[in-house]
Design a protein around this ligand. Structure first.
Ligand SMILES: Nc1ncnc2c1ncn2[C@@H]1O[C@H](COP(=O)(O)OP(=O)(O)OP(=O)(O)O)[C@@H](O)[C@H]1O
Ligand code: SF4
Ligand SMILES: [Mg+2]
Length: 346
């Protein structure tokens, strides 16, 4: 069982900040605060996202990294109320965007926010783009869903977004259908759709996983440029530590629905303190994008329903102490990062 009362120390907001946040007096654009998301049904109730706290500031890329099933997508989907409900429900915590708790918004308020303030980019553009519409009509509809715009204004906004997404010939692509596009161009169209209403936050869930290495690098570079040019906050979900090394300012490592280590990407990658982060990095020979995809750390990952007291990583941990079986570790500052562990690596 997981605890509802564990103090979560988020280096983005806490007074006891590690070095990289000591000067961070800014207000986060997006603040996920002790978020819990779980399955709730007639005879079943368990949390999958178990008290996640993350802060995203403007002009930064925050990489959320962790093995399959640890709750990265569910955390991201919950921000825009896109999780499948039922059976999934937000069971605790808050998600604040510019100080407003998104968990309290009506469906209409959430629709107005999606795309205009916070956009999402998904892994598989081919299935996310409606094959019945041209690129131009997808983009102009997205513009007109959020503001009054003449046909010419919507077209101009669409062409501009295509150019900003790094598409070389926006006028030609405007009239094409999704089936006419390569994987890389489709993903750029997804980025254009995410940009077209000039949001402050983009959540990109494995945006390059389906692409070949060269195109991956181009798309990541485009996201990095957009962050700098538009001062956006980008939450980038990835399996790939090479991606973290290449573009992230800060990173949060998740394990079984919890953040287990967070800090500047440089610090976490250079000197990981959590045994799980340490294991992930040890399994990756070099941090370039081809070889840095996560390798499983030894041992079986429990299902969310199986989590009991103590540390959820203990059955896989070589550093486990007796107390790890009974005491749930809290995220606490450790040197330059924050770590959830009773016996961290130094
Ligand atoms: N609709 C659902 N009903 C029940 N459980 C779900 C549902 N959607 C996701 N889950 C469970 O939630 C957990 C977290 O899933 P999530 O998709 O967030 O993982 P992830 O970290 O994004 O993994 P991946 O890297 O494979 O994308 C998984 O155990 C998954 O089985
Ligand atoms: S709390 Fe204990 S079991 Fe968990 S990661 Fe740290 S040492 Fe390992
Ligand atoms: Mg996912």
């Amino acid at each position: 069982m997981s605890s509802d009362t564990d103090p979560i120390v988020d280096p983005g907001t806490s007074g006891t900040t590690p070095v990289e946040h000591a000067t961070d007096a800014r207000t986060p654009l997006l603040e996920i605060d002790d978020l819990r998301v779980g399955v709730k049904g007639d005879n079943v109730a368990y949390d999958i996202v178990r008290g996640v706290s993350l802060s995203l500031y403007d002009n930064e890329i925050l990489a959320v990294v962790g093995e399959s099933g640890c709750g990265k997508s569910l955390t991201a989907l919950s921000v825009l109320a896109l999780h499948q409900s039922p059976p999934l429900h937000i069971t605790g915590g808050a998600i604040r965007y510019r100080g407003v708790d998104l968990t309290t918004l009506s469906a209409a308020e959430m629709r107005a926010l999606r795309g205009a303030e916070i956009s999402m980019i998904f892994q598989d553009p081919m299935s996310a783009l409606d094959p019945m519409f041209t690129v131009g009509s997808l983009l102009t509809s997205a513009v007109r869903a959020h503001r009054k715009a003449s046909k010419a204004e919507a077209r101009n906004a669409a062409l501009e977004a295509l150019a900003d997404a790094g598409i070389e010939d926006p006028r030609r692509r405007f009239d094409e259908y999704p089936f006419q596009l390569s994987g890389g161009v489709s993903q750029r169209v997804m980025i254009a759709l995410a940009l077209v209403n000039d949001p402050s936050v983009i959540i990109a869930d494995e945006p390059t996983t389906a692409l070949d290495v060269t195109v991956q690098a181009q798309i990541l570079e485009r996201l990095r440029m957009l962050k700098e040019e538009r001062k956006m906050g980008i939450m980038l979900i990835t399996h790939n530590l090479g991606v973290v090394a290449a573009v992230a300012d800060r990173t949060a490592v998740m394990y079984l629905g919890e953040v287990v280590e967070t800090g500047s990407a440089q610090d976490v990658l250079a000197v990981p303190h959590h045994p799980y982060t340490n294991g992930l990095l040890a399994a990756v020979p070099r941090l370039n994008s081809k070889v840095a995809d996560l390798k499983p750390v030894m041992g079986r990952v429990p299902q969310p329903q199986e989590i009991t007291a103590g540390c959820a990583f203990r059955d896989r941990c070589e550093r486990a102490l007796d107390r790890c079986a009974t005491e749930h570790p809290v995220l606490a500052p450790r040197h330059r990062t924050s770590v959830r562990c009773h016996n961290p690596v130094d």
